[in-house]
Ligand binder design. Structure first.
Ligand SMILES: [Zn+2]
Length: 299
């Protein structure tokens, strides 16, 4: 199984699961909008590259077409997760900025730089209406985050909750050797921006999905170097990454304790600055998605 394709399927499921209470309230069931055309060529490639049909899902076995918004193919030359293509962080960002340019439902924010000076970004995807109310929403969420500001008043808290929309923050590739999430997140951003099915629209109209597609940017670019070397030298053993970033190997995901790395501080500032309700960090183990490091150790 191509792990990138599995990530694609699992990711959309997870975002939708997070929106489950909203969806249940609205009684919206997953189903493609029959009025929206499908990108047949892209969908055919998804089927071709997915080695077992049960790895796919009715939410991901087609790609909705858009007359004006480019798919990840515009940057990758093939579908997200295609064999033989691992994009550098700059290519991932370039795609996210193409989305932003083409769709009023996408905004890209620069959230700082890495130890080696590479940019980190966060991509917000939601309805145009929600994206127009981010500042006022943030003001409400900040009051809920520190209820002393409303004198611990439950009625006021209920009012703020009713007026607010949640922020679901997804981060990818904190471990640069776990390579699938950036491309899966490119496609997730496209689907959330473009799909007109009531199911996806309900997510888009009721919450902001915030995406940092690459956390360990320095390590990601090294990993792509190694992968490209492997493609050019298929008969040789490829060199492993000694460090998965500039200073650390695997343990950058423990750095939330010490905040010694810029990537940790940039993600934390985004999480607290946006007053996100969820931070969801994507990992992998062998071909499987290992999608959360919080709450049920050992780590
Ligand atoms: Zn990991």
């Amino acid at each position: 199984m191509n792990r990138h394709l599995l990530l694609r399927a699992t990711l959309l499921f997870i975002v939708i699961a997070a929106a489950a209470p909203i969806l249940t309230n609205a009684q919206v069931k997953p189903a493609r909008d029959p009025k929206q055309p499908v990108d047949e060529e892209y969908s055919k490639k998804i089927r071709e590259y997915t080695t077992e049909t049960f790895f796919n899902s009715p939410l991901t076995d087609y790609l909705p077409a858009s007359p004006n918004v480019p798919t990840p193919k515009a940057v990758l030359g093939d579908v997200a997760g295609a064999p033989g293509k691992l994009p550098y962080a700059a290519e991932v960002y370039s795609y996210m900025r193409m989305l932003e340019k083409a769709s009023p439902r996408v905004k890209v924010y620069s959230i700082g730089t890495t130890e080696e000076g590479r940019e980190m970004i966060a991509v917000a995807v939601a309805s145009e209406s929600l994206l127009g109310k981010l500042d006022e929403n943030r003001t409400r969420l900040a009051k809920l985050a520190d209820p002393r500001t409303i004198n611990m008043n439950d009625d006021e808290a209920d009012r703020l909750v009713a007026a607010s929309f949640p922020i679901y923050y997804i981060t990818g590739t904190i471990h640069s050797t776990e390579t699938g999430s950036p491309t899966a997140l490119m496609e997730l951003a496209y689907r959330l921006a473009v799909d007109e099915s009531p199911y996806v629209r309900t997510i888009r109209d009721n919450m902001v999905t915030l995406i940092t597609p690459v956390v360990e940017v320095d390590g990601r670019d090294r990993m792509v170097d190694v992968y490209n070397w492997h493609l050019a030298n298929p008969k040789s053993n490829w060199p492993p990454l000694v460090y998965w970033g500039k200073y650390v190997a695997h343990d950058n995901n423990r750095d939330a304790i010490g905040l010694s790395l810029k990537l940790t501080r940039n993600v934390l500032n985004t999480y607290t600055g946006w007053k996100a309700q969820v931070i969801h960090d994507l990992h992998e183990s062998v071909p499987y998605l290992y999608d959360n490091t919080i709450g049920d150790g050992p780590y």
